[in-house]
Design a protein around this ligand. Structure first.
Ligand SMILES: [Zn+2]
Length: 385
């Protein structure tokens, strides 16, 4: 069997009855629907339409190069199945997880979730790691945890549960993930500040511009009055988007004055063309006492550096282009401003009259235990007076 040929993103769960169902539920729990190819009953008949291809016979699954997990108990049956081809087989899902070559954090998360599934399958459970006891540490070599550049246990400000924060890359800001919700440090920093500043946020009107998907789901679940928007330039402003958000240009929001208690932007302000208009619009749509809580890379001791200037509607580069990831555009977003701690808050005050402060997360045990480490972790809070 050639393990090099294992596709990382697909798995065939092949099996019947209780074990097959349990594996299937496990993968669904991890939102790994796309990884599952088929789930068949004992007579090789499909009993659930899962994944991309409905499968009725074992032969349909042959020669696809995807790893199989055989979810069966009878050894004889497994041996019959294994007689053929060069596909890679696992006799249980745990051994597949150890071989899973996708993201290492995903693999560890899968492993832990798998071990928890029999006991407390809720991802919100507070004792997920306790259930495992020493077992995770015994399994560390197989999980490649020793290759992590940072591992720290604590409570995640995003999913609120006990977790491990793990990074396999030194750029912690983007790669230091919570094992369970996948959050990264700046998201946890924002959540922490949100809880501190607006503890009743679950009952308030929140608007977020350009959320990334994971965070979007988290807010949607916890805050009934959470709304969000993306900006598709070619679409009319204010229209509902396919997925329930609205189309909004931050320079020209279609919302009424004082519509929101909280306005959130996460790493958006460094990409806007006309920050003065954006800040004015955010201030306009906030209620009195409302807060704009946001992250953006902030250079503490520098003055702000514009990287573009606008000539009418034409954006001209002043400095060579730099791009960051964008949830709705694969080409990424141009960095338009590098905000300097030395003048940014003054600028917000001059434009909007909002009173601002920078919340930082210095090295401390408490911050480590909340997974708050990495560069550019500042959260800015601007309050409408
Ligand atoms: Zn988390």
């Amino acid at each position: 069997m050639n393990k090099e040929s294992i596709a990382d993103n697909h798995i065939i769960v092949y099996g019947a009855g209780k074990v097959g169902k349990q594996y299937y539920d496990f993968l669904r729990l991890l939102h790994m629907e796309n990884l599952i190819y088929a789930y068949c009953d004992k007579n090789y008949k499909q009993i659930g339409s899962i994944g991309e291809i409905p499968v009725y016979s074992y032969n349909d699954l042959m020669d696809q190069g995807y790893p199989f997990v055989i979810a069966m108990i009878e050894q004889e049956e497994i041996e019959t199945l294994l007689q053929k081809d060069g596909q890679v087989y696992y006799s249980n899902i745990e051994s597949w997880i150890k071989d899973y070559r996708g993201d290492a954090v995903d693999r560890i998360r899968m492993w832990i979730s798998y071990h928890n599934i029999g006991e407390k399958s809720n991802r919100g459970s507070e004792h997920r790691l306790d259930n495992l006891g020493e077992k995770i540490y015994e399994e560390i070599p197989a999980l490649n945890l020793e290759k992590a550049v940072r591992v720290y246990g604590g409570i995640c400000p995003c999913c609120k549960g006990q977790t491990l924060f793990i990074a396999f890359d030194y750029w912690l800001r983007d790669y230091y993930r919570c094992l369970f919700c996948g959050s990264i440090p700046r998201q946890r920093a924002l959540m922490k500040v949100l809880e501190d500043e607006m503890p009743d946020w679950r009952n308030q009107k929140i608007h977020e511009s350009s959320p990334i998907e994971d965070i979007l789901h988290m807010f949607k679940q916890q805050c009934a009055q959470y709304t969000y928007s993306y900006w598709y330039e070619s679409e009319p402003l204010g229209i509902k988007l396919q997925d329930d958000g609205t189309n909004q240009n931050l320079e020209n929001l279609t919302f009424e004055d004082e519509a929101f208690d909280i306005f959130i932007t996460q790493d958006v302000l460094e990409h806007v063309n006309r920050p003065e208009r954006v800040l004015t619009e955010i201030a306009r749509t906030l209620k009195k006492g409302g807060k704009h809580i946001f992250t953006t890379p902030l250079y503490p001791f520098k003055r702000t550096t514009p990287r573009i200037k606008m000539r009418g509607n034409i954006r001209e580069l002043i400095l060579p282009p730099i791009y960051h990831g964008n949830p709705i555009n694969e080409e990424g977003s141009l960095v338009t401003y590098e905000w300097g701690g030395a003048d940014f808050l003054e600028m917000i005050d001059e434009i909007t009259g909002m009173e601002s402060k920078i919340v930082e997360f210095p090295n401390s045990k408490e911050n480590f235990e909340n997974g708050l480490e990495g560069d550019f972790l500042q959260v800015i809070v601007s309050k409408k007076m």
